[in-house]
Design a protein around this ligand. Structure first.
Ligand code: MN
Length: 252
């Protein structure tokens, strides 16, 4: 099965080799994580576990240009998200050196400090966010089982987008809007404050995140200023539905 993310990584490596992109990359031994984390969070499904280092951005900073400008992407990935990863590593060293995956932390996040909560969430959410996007595509929408499930649950794909967009615009302050699968395997839309997410045992909404929309001002302010709704409307054009479909099928 074609894996878009792997394709993107090849492109990234090519770009890096050409010297067109310079990012700080913390590669993690994903193979060992796959084995060590399966049982720690039952909602994490069979999807690969998330380490504590940043994975390479699967496209160039300017790849989403018509929707998210190059400067926003660069600052968001290399400053904001990098800071979450760095602080997460510090918190893990101090509080949970035996834990190997971000999912395992999130499932028991109430046991740890607010530093762990903010940065484990921040790291997980951004690793998901980068992979959930791709260069702009016309008529961008899911296919197959995921499209059928969205239509069945929300009435239509347009209605699903409307509801998730509202979850994003109505989130007061900073946070995320989510499409997630709950423990009963029902697709749900919701939002969380700050860097919380549905994998956290303290979250009001609980389940496996399929798609997360970052509505922190740092995600859109340079291009959209106060117009969060415009950012969200444009963002639909860069959602990587192949990747979201993979996440969905991993928890079916
Ligand atoms: Mn962000």
């Amino acid at each position: 099965m074609e894996n878009n993310f792997d394709g993107g990584r090849r492109q990234f490596i090519r770009n890096a080799a050409l010297g067109t992109l310079s990012v700080s990359v913390g590669l993690t031994a994903m193979g060992s994580l796959l084995q060590s984390c399966g049982a720690t969070n039952k909602m994490a499904g069979s999807f690969p576990a998330t380490g504590f280092g940043q994975q390479p951005l699967p496209y160039r900073y300017d790849a989403l240009e018509e929707v998210i400008d190059v400067k926003t992407m660069e600052i968001h990935y290399s400053k904001h998200a990098a800071a979450y990863s760095k602080a997460l590593n510090e918190a893990v060293s101090a509080e949970a050196p035996q834990i190997k995956s971000t999912e395992a932390l999130l499932a028991n996040i109430s046991k740890y400090t607010i530093k762990m909560r903010n940065n484990a969430g921040g790291h997980y959410n951004h690793e998901l966010f980068w992979k959930s996007m791709r260069p702009k595509k016309n008529d961008n929408q899911p296919t197959g089982k995921l499209l059928a499930a969205l239509e069945k649950t929300f009435g239509s794909f347009a209605e699903f987008k409307k509801q998730l967009g509202e979850a994003g615009t109505q989130r007061f302050g900073s946070g995320w809007a989510w499409l997630y699968m709950d423990a009963g395997k029902v697709l749900k839309i919701g939002s969380t404050p700050n860097q919380d997410n549905p994998l956290m045992n303290v979250s009001d909404i609980k389940g496996f995140p399929l798609l997360g929309l970052d509505v922190w001002e740092h995600a859109y302010y340079l291009k959209y200023q106060n117009k969060r709704a415009d950012y969200i409307n444009n963002w639909w054009n860069v959602v990587n539905w192949d990747y979201i479909q993979q996440r969905y099928e991993s928890v079916l």
